[in-house]
Write a protein that binds this ligand. Structure first.
Ligand code: ADP
Ligand code: ZN
Length: 627
């Protein structure tokens, strides 16, 4: 079945060697951790299970061996948009790939079969349903080099994303007993892992667990802000990310809509994405975001699943997510190109109350409560947040990351016993029948409706805390909750109850330390957070270190140029060139083809295609700006 032509191709790639194929066709200088091992395992005809976080570089693990092996690789993927993006990107690197899905005009099956047999088509992407159909058609008549099962956790009922269509994939092993299978996923837990191997009938597959670290993502958490304060904080944050694409995740449709409306009112190109919109509207938002026509998408969790957009520069969580898995997957959509990206998480008591109610009324309340409490521990942490995340995914580390808010501003503690006692006393005197708001009304001496109704103004504690602003009380009570001095009775109107630990503080048997509140949460406008690379931190990818200063003006010029090229070609801008490449161009300012081709991320074909377009612009900018 393999024609002479096919052999020639493979011989050519083998002759080039893995490193050269990596540079020429993908534009990268080196492999990321485990990519080489996984590719070699496939080359040797063995199956693999690959666990890497989103953005970790899984696709290369099957794309590169697909080039170097005889025949056509089959890639099974659940999402059409993902397939489409990959095919576009591969074709930009002159690798011929095809997606088979019912949505697009497809080429004639006979022609496709011929092109596969001639060794021209190196990868075919298809959905599991389509795979079943093609098993008795196209796949019978072509030589298959390898089978990649993307988002492989969808096969497991234990995973969070089970898809019944995936359960038929067990037939692959029987149908193609000698073809190496690569199952890839970003979901880590052990039960799911075992289940994937079982269901795919590849018990002997080698398991590769890549680093879950994403050192280019900064981690930041802000506690206790109300919705007005959150919006002000978001505006500050956006002023540090002018024109940069990002996602704001909200817990409800209503929130997503109101945040988007707020941003639009402030002249920011924002759109909404949630399940309440029509498929047409959702697709349009997704396309606009992909093409940099919309800057910010305010979305509920559904957004982002199928988006292969490398240059998302920030992800904000307007509310606390349900679990660390969800959180990690969502922030993982930022900075997939490896360039620095910022993440910001807001959480307050209202989130905790609402999520607890969701978890308690869900079918699996015990598991969901446990997930939520791990998420809270993360948000409330006073040690390096990345360490908590990595430990959660089983990748223990004892180094601090220097790229999270705790590392950068370690919390300062003070003896807050006096304040804690005031609040606890108010709660006890009101018979533990008050919510946080009423507690603050009592402490600050505010004659609210609740206070009047229950005559709380007669309490000894009424007004004792009026020297502390309401805002700070909110923060202190949240801290008391975190430290276990009080608990919220979710099933009793969210009333506060004093715990045993709290009682000890109230009766002077224990000191209560509180964190100093930092209100200056954002650095001055225009000053971008510096991404810190720490040699000692494990799992770092190889970024070229920018010893030279980047020319911000040139970056903008190149970005506009990229947009023009993208519009002409009808492709999303990041397909033409990633932000990371543009940053390097604006830093190193190559002036000839060789220097241009040396940039990490520019392969031979991109060099030949875009060098002649970008170089004159860089040279002109250099001469105009005099450096
Ligand atoms: P995943 O499928 O694991 O979510 P991708 O395969 O989409 O991640 O890769 C994420 C990003 O990393 C992409 O922009 C890709 O081009 C880049 N990448 C992959 N491998 C390398 C490498 N060896 N060197 C540099 N960048 C890489
Ligand atoms: Zn840290």
């Amino acid at each position: 079945m393999n024609s002479k032509k096919n052999d020639n191709f493979v011989q050519f790639f083998l002759h080039l060697g893995m490193e050269n194929v990596l540079k020429r066709y993908f534009g990268y200088d080196s492999f990321r951790p485990y990519q080489r091992e996984i590719i070699e395992n496939t080359q040797q005809g063995r199956s693999s299970l690959v666990l890497m976080p989103t953005g970790g570089g899984k696709s290369l693990c099957y794309q590169l061996p697909a080039l170097m092996k005889d025949g056509t690789a089959i890639v099974i993927s659940p999402l059409i948009s993902l397939m489409r993006d990959q095919v576009r990107q591969l074709r930009c690197n002159v690798i011929y790939a095809v997606a088979l899905n019912s949505c697009e005009d497809e080429m004639d099956p006979m022609a496709l079969q011929r092109e596969c047999q001639d060794g021209l088509v190196k990868l075919i992407f298809l959905s599991p349903e389509r795979l079943m159909v093609e098993l008795s058609r196209l796949l019978r008549s072509i030589h298959i080099s390898l089978i990649a099962v993307d988002e492989a956790h969808c096969i497991s009922q234990w995973g969070h994303d089970f898809r019944p269509e995936y359960s038929q994939l067990g037939v692959l092993r029987q149908t193609f007993p000698n073809v190496p299978i690569i199952a890839l996923t970003a979901t880590a837990d052990k039960v799911t892992r075992f289940d994937i191997l079982n269901q795919l009938n590849i018990p002997d597959a080698e398991v590769f667990i890549g680093s879950f670290d994403r050192p280019n993502l900064s981690l930041d958490v802000r506690r206790g802000l109300d919705s007005y304060e959150k919006r002000v904080a978001i505006m500050h944050f956006l002023s540090q990310h002018p024109g940069e694409p990002g996602i704001i995740y909200c817990l409800s449709k209503k929130n997503a809509e109101s945040v988007a409306a707020f941003l639009q009112a402030h002249r920011i190109d924002a759109a909404v994405y949630h399940a309440g919109l029509s498929l047409f509207e959702r697709n349009r938002t997704q396309e606009d975001f992909l093409n940099d026509k919309v800057q910010v998408v305010c979305a509920t969790i559904a957004f982002g699943m199928g988006i292969n957009k490398g240059n998302v520069r920030f992800v904000i969580h307007y509310n606390l997510p349900k679990s660390i898995e969800n959180y990690y997957q969502e922030i993982g959509r930022a900075g997939r190109d490896g360039a620095p990206a910022d993440t910001l998480l807001f959480y307050n008591v209202a989130d905790i109350v609402q999520l607890t109610r969701f978890a308690q009324t869900s079918g699996q309340s015990e598991i969901n409560m446990e997930r939520l409490s791990r998420m809270r521990e993360y948000a409330e942490a006073s040690v390096c947040r990345r360490r908590i995340l990595l430990n959660y995914f089983g990748q223990e580390t004892s180094c601090d990351c220097h790229n999270c808010d705790v590392c950068q501003h370690p919390p300062q503690l003070f003896d807050g016993t006096k304040y804690v006692q005031m609040a606890l006393s108010a709660i006890v005197r009101a018979n533990q029948m008050i919510s946080m708001h009423t507690c603050i009304d009592i402490l600050c001496g505010i004659p609210s409706l609740e206070v009047g109704k229950h005559q709380y103004f007669k309490l000894k504690t009424f007004g004792v805390g009026r020297d502390v602003p309401v805002k700070d009380w909110k923060d202190y009570i949240l801290q008391m909750l975190q430290r276990g001095f009080v608990e919220v009775m979710y099933d009793q109107h969210n009333h506060l109850r004093v715990t045993e630990l709290g009682r000890q503080v109230l009766y002077g048997e224990r000191q209560a330390m509180l964190s100093v509140i930092i209100r200056e949460v954002f650095s001055p406008k225009g000053k971008r957070k510096q991404y810190v690379q720490k040699e000692s931190f494990p799992g770092l990818w190889n970024f070229p270190r920018n010893e030279q200063e980047e020319d911000k003006e040139l970056f903008e010029v190149l970005r506009r140029l990229r947009l023009r090229i993208a519009q002409q070609k009808g492709e999303p801008p990041f397909v033409i060139m990633s932000d990371k490449v543009l940053h390097q161009l604006a830093t190193y300012k190559p002036t000839n083809m060789q220097e241009f081709g040396n940039i990490n991320g520019i392969g031979e074909f991109k060099c030949a295609t875009y060098g002649p377009i970008f170089l004159p612009v860089i040279i002109q900018h250099k001469s105009e700006s005099g450096n």
